[in-house]
Design a protein around this ligand. Structure first.
Ligand code: CP
Ligand code: NVA
Length: 312
């Protein structure tokens, strides 16, 4: 029985280890079906509303294509064009959309707005990125690691750069839920959210995962199986760009730093990337990088989320 039907997908900490593996299994099945050209219209006649308050390439295209491949349809709703952008309340928007569509994906700034939308919607709400979390990306990342490493339990994942960021938080949650050890190196003032970290440490006790938070990139990357980074300036922080270039300088993922990782480490980045800033071109375009498999897996991972949450 599909116990995820009707649920929201707001952050990985709401999902059990089994739930995450269930999603990953379904993602692999759907990926195989799609590669074999087998139709899989599990959501025929279903419609996803997609609210975007920030830019997107991958999230928008992968959700839209995913709904089409599942036999449904997606509607792109830019917050600039819908009444939400002119001050209509989140709760009214949630109630109205719940009368038309079968699920809502939202990308916005405040995580609280997504929680509020989910509270007032009678249909599943999927977080397509907030300032705090990016769970769809991390489900795709877990799928990518599983494909390249054949397992998740016992691997060491290292994240370098801005710790107080959506990717850092969701990766931490995804790692501890699946038995990976997580290390993160960020400068003082840019450490991950304390609440998210505390909860992750607790979750790790159930799976045997550890969480290590440090300012020292060399220490964090030591013997890592998976190295991940993200932009130093996230959407909405553009005014701080210059300051951030200096603050994060010594956290760049480059050849020297990667020498400290395992020989067969893989490199992930959710993209978009800035070559020469958070990562050098020789790493992101080199043999250890799996960033385009990772980008592709957004499609397959999200189709699993859609299939299970919006199930008939
Ligand atoms: N990784 C990611 O979410 O990309 P987009 O901003 O292009 O959707
Ligand atoms: N941390 C980045 C991720 C983009 C997909 C941002 O929020 O802009």
């Amino acid at each position: 029985k599909n116990h995820l039907k009707g649920k929201d997908f707001l952050q990985l900490s709401d999902y059990s280890t089994d739930d995450i593996h269930y999603l990953l299994d379904v993602a692999q099945e759907l990926k195989a079906q799609q590669k074999q050209g087998k139709p899989h219209p599990y959501l025929s006649g279903k419609v996803l509303g997609m609210i975007f308050e920030k830019s997107s390439t991958r999230t928008r295209v992968s959700f839209e294509v995913g709904m089409l491949q599942l036999g449904g349809h997606a509607i792109f709703l830019s917050s600039k064009d819908i009444q939400l952008g002119r001050g209509e309340s989140i709760s009214d928007t949630a109630k109205v959309l719940s009368r038309y569509v079968d699920g809502i994906m939202i990308r916005t700034f405040s995580h609280d707005s997504v929680e509020e939308l989910a509270e007032h919607a009678s249909i599943p709400v999927i977080n397509g990125l907030t300032d705090l979390q990016h769970p769809c990306q991390v489900l795709a990342d877990l799928l990518t690691i599983l494909e390249h490493k054949g397992k998740l339990v016992g691997l060491k994942m290292c994240y370098l750069g801005d710790g107080n960021n959506n990717m850092a938080h969701s990766l931490m949650e995804g790692a501890v839920k699946t038995g990976m050890n997580f290390s993160i190196a960020s400068p003082e003032g840019y450490l991950p959210n304390g609440k998210v970290t505390g909860k992750a440490i607790e979750a790790g006790k159930l799976t045997g995962s550890t969480v290590e938070v440090t300012n020292n990139p060399q220490e964090a990357v030591k013997d890592a199986d998976v190295i991940v980074t993200d932009v130093w300036t996230s959407m909405g922080q553009e005014e701080e760009t210059e300051k951030r270039l200096k603050v994060f300088e010594s956290y760049q993922v480059n050849e020297d730093l990667c020498k400290l990782a395992k020989n067969d480490f893989i490199f992930l980045h959710c993209l978009p990337a800035h070559r020469g800033e958070e990562v050098t071109a020789d790493i992101i375009d080199g043999p250890h990088s799996v960033v385009f498999d990772e980008a592709e897996n957004r499609l397959h991972a999200q189709k699993a989320i859609l299939k299970l949450l919006l199930a008939k």
